[in-house]
Write a protein that binds this ligand. Structure first.
Ligand code: FMN
Length: 338
């Protein structure tokens, strides 16, 4: 499928999340929203160059629009990978400059690249040369002793100069030593005003805000200041929130009216994937939060957690989980429509 290049909207994006935003999860999200731009988990240039490229790059055409996130710091390697992103049909290619894990730091990429804006500029220029896709950069508001707004501008300006038009800003800094990746998503304080100011100072850039956004009300408030929002954990843990994205943020029709419709759409996919050798829990682990907050949610989650990992688990485990919610008396369709 040809890439849709610059026509994609980044008004609402779902974050790259290692181990979470895999192709099964993205298929599930796509049943909830047609409009959101989905990001893959980070894939390193090394994995693509030396590993099973097909396995890492393969995705379902229904996932569009979908962006490939790369981890790397060698312009030539990133250029090769960007050209593969285009060949495989991705809609955007993104460079990770925000992930603070030790593994990533030892590979000299991720958030530590914020200390090397010129290198990032070279990476972006090489990627843009190698493909026709939009190239975006996901970064923090700073790392370690980058204390000021100006420090962030000193990173963004040369990268923009090199041709990057889209910046996804996780609105907290990262401490490269002393905090785990999880702590780095929780402890450094959020600073949304710096991201708003970046949009004011660089109106020609597309600025997407990320970090701690937990509802579409909050998303709408941010959209008064920036071009788009990116949500990670809340979308994963409470995926039903995504059902309102198309109507509220894009003025288009809702993709689904009930959670039951989502499951009905997922079941044929699960069956096809299992026929092709997938394990049931590799898909169902992503949907545990679908009924969050409604009667039967715990039973749904528990039934899947206790049964879907078994070697002989088949589609009935999923349909039985669904029956347990219904038996709890949750009138989803009525609740959703009414
Ligand atoms: C499990 C998990 C894995 C993540 N993996 C990545 C990743 O591969 N690349 C990346 O840029 N950010 C990654 N992140 C960070 C998210 O993309 C996002 O920036 C962060 O969670 C803040 O957004 P949120 O508060 O909406 O979750 C990850 C986050 C989580 C929770």
């Amino acid at each position: 499928m040809p890439a849709s290049c610059n026509t994609i909207s980044r008004r609402f994006c779902i974050a790259p999340m290692m181990d979470w935003s895999d192709r099964h999860c993205r298929y599930f999200w796509r049943l909830l929203t047609q409009e959101a731009l989905l990001y893959t988990e980070m894939v390193t240039t090394g994995a693509l160059i030396h590993g099973d490229r097909h396995r890492f790059l393969h995705f379902n055409p229904q996932e569009h629009p979908v962006a490939l996130q790369l981890g790397g710091s060698e312009p030539a390697d990133l250029a090769r990978c960007a050209s593969w992103a285009q060949e495989w049909g991705y809609d955007e290619v993104n460079l990770n400059c925000g992930c603070p894990s030790d593994r990533v730091q030892s590979g000299m990429f991720g958030a530590c690249l914020m200390a090397q804006p010129q290198r990032v500029a070279q990476c972006v220029a090489a990627m843009l040369d190698a493909c026709d896709l939009p190239v975006s950069v996901k970064h923090r508001i700073g790392i370690d002793d980058m204390e000021s707004y100006q420090n962030m501008v000193d990173f963004v300006a040369p990268v923009a100069e090199a041709g990057c038009r889209v910046f996804i800003v996780h609105a907290r800094k990262a401490w490269l030593k002393g905090l785990s990746p999880k702590e780095n998503r929780e402890i450094p304080p959020l600073n949304y005003p710096w991201v708003y100011r970046l949009k004011q100072d660089f109106p020609e850039l597309e600025i997407i805000i990320n970090g701690g956004i937990q509802s579409l009300d909050e998303a709408e408030a941010h959209l008064h200041h920036v071009d788009g929002v990116m949500i990670g954990r809340e979308a994963y843990q409470n995926p039903w929130m995504l059902a309102d994205v198309d109507a509220r943020l894009f003025n288009s029709r809702k993709t689904v009216v009930s959670r039951d419709d989502v499951l009905a759409g997922l079941i044929p996919y699960v069956q096809t994937q299992m026929d092709a050798g997938a394990q049931l829990n590799h898909i169902t682990r992503h949907i545990l939060g679908l009924y969050q907050g409604v009667p039967g949610a715990r039973k749904f989650r528990r039934h899947l957690s206790e049964n879907a990992y078994r070697k002989d688990a088949d589609i009935e485990v999923l349909t039985d989980a669904f029956d347990k919610v219904k038996a709890s008396g949750f009138g989803d369709r009525k609740a959703a429509v009414g």
